[in-house]
Ligand binder design. Structure first.
Ligand code: MN
Length: 478
């Protein structure tokens, strides 16, 4: 089971009784937190060697996702310095205190020595800053429900980074020809973000499609019938999508891959571009990016891995009068965002020269969301996030044969689009519902990549200045 290690700071100065109380209180705090992943007390640091031993164990323990520290008493930081420098897991400095108020009669110098995180955690904060060590600082009483929520949110960030660090992406074929934004340095992505991005020839997929058995096909068709409304009599097209889905899933699972791409320009010997197949795989949690867009495929998977409702998305058409964007793709939008049961339909695809593919058609649900785009600037990755409000599509659009979502970008269409273009955001995004700004700030900070946010206060001029400053930072740091 994945856990977070709770390591507490103290020293020998106050005597055995105080240390016994520190340990007891630390265990009570760890058990009392109502967090998404368990927080487990692992020991009290009183010496250099203890700090080093605990941190080295945390580094090597697969089940330990991150380390949470708290100095119950003063805990001189020179004994922590080398251990913290060696720490390879995400670190949260949890600034709390056992009691939430100062007692009147009982307070004496023994009490002061025991309950002095106000004092000890300042020493601990200093060493983090002096070491320039990344950490999340969470402040709050451990019994306050808000504190557990804050720790759980940070745990989600750590889980997302953990997913990123082990993520494998398969490209079925190459990228769409001549497109710039779907390119990028795959080796840099691997060393920085952890992604292993590799290609499998479309020929291998074609062979796997041929090998799908009748039983596998029937089971998949039954699943489609259960989950979706059949709005076509072209069953052959649906069957081809079912086979493509089964074949892609086999290859993904054999390679332990959780995200994939393909492109309509590289479908040699395939009969259709996967539509329904890709959509159903996304619903099962796989990430996807169209036209070989492995960066969006990976980001979509990471968001799904932590339980977010997320889909591959593309900015398509504007409604200037209403200040809205219509998002869609030629086929591949995840049905997890559907407002109602999706329909399976078969329509001709204007590009690619293949047979008419079956696809899911639906309207996206309403709600607050973020559209995010990861781009490769040559000397760094930049993640751009736009706050959007998904609305019920204002028109029925009966002749549009694809899944669609309509959203109001913040602060308004003109300002947000200006900011997006200046920041270099792609036409492809991952659209994620109910994702906080704090999550993305912490996520990009942990991955050590640039973050640009466009929200209600966005201003293209301010944004441009910020990116100039960032550029100096990344160039100086190299
Ligand atoms: Mn596209």
């Amino acid at each position: 089971m994945k856990t977070f290690w709770f390591i507490v700071g103290s020293q020998f100065l106050y005597g055995e009784e105080t240390l016994r109380q520190v340990e007891e209180n630390a265990k009570t705090i760890a058990k009392g937190l109502k967090t998404k992943y368990p927080v487990v007390y692992k020991g009290t640091v009183k010496t250099y060697d203890e700090a080093m031993r605990l941190i080295k164990s945390a580094n090597y323990e697969e089940e330990c996702l991150g380390v949470i520290t708290f100095c119950h008493t003063f805990s001189p930081s020179k004994m922590w310095a080398n251990a913290l420098k060696a720490l390879q897991k995400p670190w949260c400095h949890f600034h709390t205190q056992f009691y939430d108020e100062i007692p009147n009669e009982e307070i004496d110098m023994d009490y002061m020595n025991l309950h002095q995180s106000a004092h000890g955690d300042r020493e601990h904060g200093f060493i983090g800053t002096r070491l320039q060590k990344k950490r999340k600082v969470i402040v709050g009483h451990w019994q306050d429900p808000k504190t557990s929520v804050a720790i759980s949110n940070w745990q989600d960030v750590v889980a997302a980074v953990n997913e990123s660090k082990s993520l494998r992406v398969i490209r079925f074929g190459d990228n769409m020809r001549e497109v710039a934004v779907t390119e990028g340095d795959k080796l840099e992505a691997q060393t920085k973000l952890g992604w292993q991005v590799n290609t499998i020839g479309v020929g291998a997929l074609v062979e796997e499609i041929k090998a799908v058995t009748k039983a596998e096909l029937n089971a998949k068709l039954a699943e489609y019938k259960k989950n979706y409304v059949l709005n076509t009599d072209n069953l052959a097209s649906i069957e081809y999508q079912a086979k493509a889905e089964i074949a892609m899933k086999k290859i993904l699972d054999e390679n332990n891959a959780k995200a994939f791409t393909n492109t309509f320009e590289d479908l040699y010997h395939m009969e259709q571009l996967p539509g329904l197949a890709t959509q159903n795989l996304m619903k099962m949690g796989y990430g996807y990016g169209g036209e070989g867009d492995w960066k969006t495929a990976a980001m979509t998977r990471i968001m799904k891995a932590i339980g977010k409702v997320a889909t591959f998305m593309e900015d398509y058409t504007y409604d200037w009068k209403q200040g809205l964007i219509l998002g869609a793709h030629m086929l591949e939008v995840c049905p997890s965002i559907a407002a109602a049961k999706p329909k399976i339909e078969v329509h001709h695809l204007g590009i690619g020269g293949k047979d008419a593919p079956a696809r899911l058609v639906f309207e996206g649900k309403q709600g607050n969301a973020k559209a995010i785009s990861l781009i490769d600037l040559g000397n760094r990755f930049r993640l751009i996030a736009l706050d959007v409000e998904c609305v019920k599509p204002t028109k029925s659009m009966p002749n549009l044969p694809v899944a669609r979502v309509m959203w109001k970008p913040l602060p308004d269409l003109e300002t947000s689009a200006a900011c997006w273009l200046i920041a270099g955001g792609a036409h492809h995004t991952t659209l994620i519902y109910d994702l906080s700004l704090e999550f993305l700030r912490d996520f990009t900070n942990l991955l050590d990549i640039e973050f640009v946010h466009i929200g209600k206060d966005a201003d293209p001029y301010v944004l441009e200045q910020m990116m100039k400053n960032n550029d100096i930072y990344y160039r100086l740091r190299g």
